[in-house]
Design a protein around this ligand. Structure first.
Ligand code: NAD
Length: 369
């Protein structure tokens, strides 16, 4: 009997509706091939939700997401809703709100090189060729969620220096938070090349020393088959651009992960190709790494591949459909190898007849499937 999955679709703003349509096209093609039915519930998030309801994350949207098997999001935001008035609702509040409501404590950012686009990177082709890294970032703890405050120091006592403002941020992790992100990283490594690099700053920070202990304990007790090594965050920043192929899965604290995943995204050189996933213990959310590209919205020229690759991640991580996910990756690789390009990934050697729009690119991937 055919399996059925319900997917909550959140097209959002800008190019969102255009690219999500291509993601759905690919899902339907995969469904037909693998005897799986995908049903869809569409809901509002971001700017379009503000226009319709005054709220970037209406309760109806949250209910639809929570009742689904997975959420596919495109992007939110645009100049129409930009405002310096902090009392006005902002599209990104929809994103932060849904991540929080779904308890998404793991962010996955894959960095993979499609050989046909290797020259888009600012790094040498021999350095980037064959790179396939998954950055597992802790998303709901650490420095970004610790207590923070500012105060005025009247005295400037001792080594504290002169009187003036002081600002404090705190980096807190519980053992439990580290355990659960470590497990996610080890599980993902088992689906890939069985190697985890745990990144910390254990030569300075106590949270890092605990992080390291906990990751090693979980590794030894539950994942003895997965290779584990540690790396300091500053060295990791260097190694990512020096020899990215040495990594399989990188697991790290929230802020370290934020910085390293942006650094790593540039290894591939093309924003329109990068997908991401946010996982918790229930419904997960999949989206491209790029924004809503308001400058090209409605023109039919947006690159749908990051959205399509987020569908690939959904199949792999929410539905255990690894083979179907591999199919999508192979299809995208084939389309690129054949020379098809959207404007954002166009190369000097791309002939005019190989330059395609959003819908055509989606059709090509479906045909390759
Ligand atoms: P952006 O990623 O939307 O666009 C940056 C540049 O890349 C633009 O020139 C755009 O045309 C291009 N681009 C991005 N995606 C593309 C694609 N799929 N195909 C072809 N070209 C693509 O970033 P921005 O311009 O800084 O932000 C625009 C809006 O998106 C803002 O409102 C911002 O807040 C929002 N944003 C949303 C998310 C999200 O929803 N997760 C992430 C980042 C930015």
């Amino acid at each position: 009997m055919s399996t059925t999955y319900n997917i909550c679709l959140l097209p959002g703003d800008g190019i969102g509706p255009e690219i999500i349509a291509e993601g759905v096209k690919v899902l339907n093609a995969v469904g037909a091939k693998y005897d799986t039915t995908f049903t869809y519930t569409e809901a509002l998030i971001g700017g379009c939700a503000i226009d319709a309801t005054g709220n970037p994350l209406p309760q109806e949207t949250l209910d639809a997401a929570q009742a689904s098997d997975a959420v596919l999001l495109a992007a939110v935001g645009g100049p129409k809703w930009d405002s310096t008035d902090s009392s006005k609702p902002r599209p990104e509040q929809g994103l932060l709100g849904i991540r929080k409501a779904l308890g998404l404590y793991t962010n996955l950012r894959p960095v993979q090189i499609f050989e046909a686009l290797a020259d888009a990177s600012t790094l040498k082709p021999e350095v980037v060729a064959g790179t396939d890294v998954m950055i597992v970032r802790e998303l709901t703890g650490g420095l970004y969620f610790g207590e923070r405050h500012r105060y005025y120091n009247e005295e400037g006592a001792g080594t504290d220096g002169a009187p003036g403002q002081r600002a404090v941020d705190t980096l807190v992790y519980s053992e439990y938070e580290v355990e659960r992100i470590a497990r996610q990283a080890f599980e993902i490594a088992r689906k890939r090349n069985n190697k985890v690099t745990s990144v910390d700053k254990a030569n300075v920070l106590d949270t890092s020393r605990m992080w390291r202990e906990v990751v090693h304990r979980i590794g030894a007790e539950e994942y003895p088959d997965v290779e584990l090594n540690d790396m300091l965050v500053d060295n990791t920043a260097m190694q990512l651009v020096n020899w990215p192929k040495q990594f399989d899965v990188i697991v790290t604290e929230n802020m370290f992960g934020d910085i390293l995943s942006d650094e790593a995204s540039m290894i591939s050189g093309s924003l329109g190709m990068l997908a991401s996933a946010s996982l918790g213990d229930g419904v997960a959310l999949y989206e491209p790494s790029h924004g809503s590209a308001p400058d090209i919205a409605g023109l039919g020229i947006a690159n749908p591949l990051a959205q399509i690759l987020s569908v690939e991640m959904m199949l792999r991580y929410s539905f255990g459909m690894g083979e179907a996910a591999d199919d999508i990756k192979r299809a995208v690789t084939k389309v690129l190898d054949e020379g098809w390009r959207t404007g954002d990934i166009k190369q000097a050697t791309t002939p005019a007849e190989k330059l395609v729009g959003t819908t055509r690119m989606g059709d090509l991937v479906v045909a390759a499937l």
